[in-house]
Design a protein around this ligand. Structure first.
Ligand SMILES: *Cc1c(COP(=O)(O)O)cnc(C)c1O
Length: 394
């Protein structure tokens, strides 16, 4: 009798992934967070970090995490509704609500869990979700988990969204529009004011994902909602503490009754352990820095400088339209993206190749930080120039 192996498909599946150049693996960053990263003993310029403001390595943030650990230990030791709730959590939630200009906020173990649980708590199988085609994985999977009818609309296309609402809204009980504000892989921005208008016109809820916007956009760093002067409008705002805020965790900000409801109905918040004291205190310290200093300004100067250098020196390079510190060079296929990623690496630069299935089109994704020096940006532009002039002539 043939020996059965119910796990044999895993190796076959891995082989297929490798054949398509979709295979991915981890690599250890051996250094302190910053503009340089040591990988395999090699010091590289780091253009692959979400630590936009350098707060993951900020002395004040580190000190807050250490003090909280000494005072409260390493773990929350329970879920928030049982034994894991601390005053620190309330302090952080008040700080987030204050930053966002909302009545209340709730922190989750990650942004991913915030999206999964919140979407699933807000809508069910009698309802519809309108979802931008390029939304983050956590929004897409939250939509699937909810059991609601999922209707995708073309990326940032307001007419398409209106058309879908016109066509489908009346057939469902509740309706939820979900969108990234800054799209994580392209770096462009959703047309928020127009989406808010449509939500109100069609009696739909709106959940915006501010993961890549919080700390960066808006007068006080609150995000795209603030950038578009839409604070106070009826939207549910979520985001992460793990990008510009330099810690770990996610949040939802909105009305007091929304937050109260989530505390009672959101499984990914109720049945999981509270955020650790270190992560919580680090996030509080980082939000304090974001609201009281202007680290953002250096970041935006770097974005402008880099874009000007590319336009002046490499006008033929195809950049995906972006209005954020995420800047992508579009490439024909995964193989080219991998090849250019490794040439950059040889030139001492870390800028990851992003491929399907993460994105529909392959690219090199560059994240700029406030902590990059102008000379380091120059080095990136020079390296790109050398690599692409070779690619063109070969
Ligand atoms: C990173 C990210 C998340 C997930 O946040 P984590 O806290 O890292 O789980 C959600 N949405 C978007 C758009 C993101 O970029």
């Amino acid at each position: 009798m043939k020996e059965l192996n119910p796990y044999a498909w895993i190796d076959r599946s891995l082989a297929t992934i490798k054949q398509a150049n979709w295979y991915r693996s981890t690599q250890a960053i051996e250094s302190f967070p910053g503009a340089e990263a040591t990988i395999d003993g090699q010091v590289l310029l780091n253009f692959g970090s979400n630590d936009y403001l350098g707060l993951a390595g900020d002395e004040r943030v580190i000190r807050a995490a250490m003090t909280a650990t000494q005072q409260f230990g390493t773990g929350a030791t329970g879920s928030r509704l049982t034994s894991g709730h601390k005053q620190l959590h309330t302090d952080l939630e008040l700080a987030i609500a204050s930053l966002k200009g909302t009545e209340a906020a709730l922190v989750f173990s990650s942004g991913y869990l915030a999206n999964l649980g919140t979407i699933a708590a807000l809508v069910g199988n009698k309802d519809a979700i309108l979802s931008d085609r390029l939304n983050h994985s956590s929004l897409q999977n939250g939509a699937r988990l909810s059991g609601a009818k999922i209707i995708e609309y073309n990326h940032c296309d307001i007419d398409a969204l209106r058309q879908q609402l016109e066509l489908h809204r009346a057939n469902y009980r509740r309706c939820l529009i979900i969108t990234d504000t800054v799209f994580s892989m392209d770096g462009d921005i959703c047309p928020l004011p127009a989406i808010l208008d449509l939500a109100s016109e069609y009696d739909a809820m709106l959940l915006v994902d501010e993961a890549h916007a919080t700390g960066i956009f808006g007068q006080t760093g609150a995000g795209i909602v603030e950038h578009y002067h839409c604070v106070g409008q009826p939207a549910i705002e979520m985001g992460t503490l793990s990008k510009a805020i330099g810690s770990l965790g996610g949040y939802v900000a909105g009305s007091r009754s929304l937050i109260d409801f989530l505390k009672n109905r959101c499984a990914s918040w109720i049945y999981t352990t509270g955020l650790s004291p270190a992560d919580t205190a680090a996030a509080i310290a980082a939000i304090e820095i974001i609201t009281t200093t202007s680290q953002r300004q250096q970041l935006w100067e770097n974005v402008a400088y880099f874009k000007q250098s590319i336009a002046a020196r490499l006008p033929d390079l195809h950049l995906i339209p972006s209005a954020s510190p995420i800047i992508c060079i579009e490439l024909p296929d995964a193989q080219t993206a991998l090849a250019i990623g490794s040439q950059l690496r040889q030139a001492g630069i870390f800028a990851p190749a992003i491929r399907p299935p993460t994105v529909p089109t392959s690219r090199i994704r560059i994240s700029l930080m406030a902590t990059h020096q102008q000379l380091q940006l120059e080095r990136l532009v020079t390296a790109l120039g050398t690599i692409f002039s070779k690619t063109k002539s070969s």
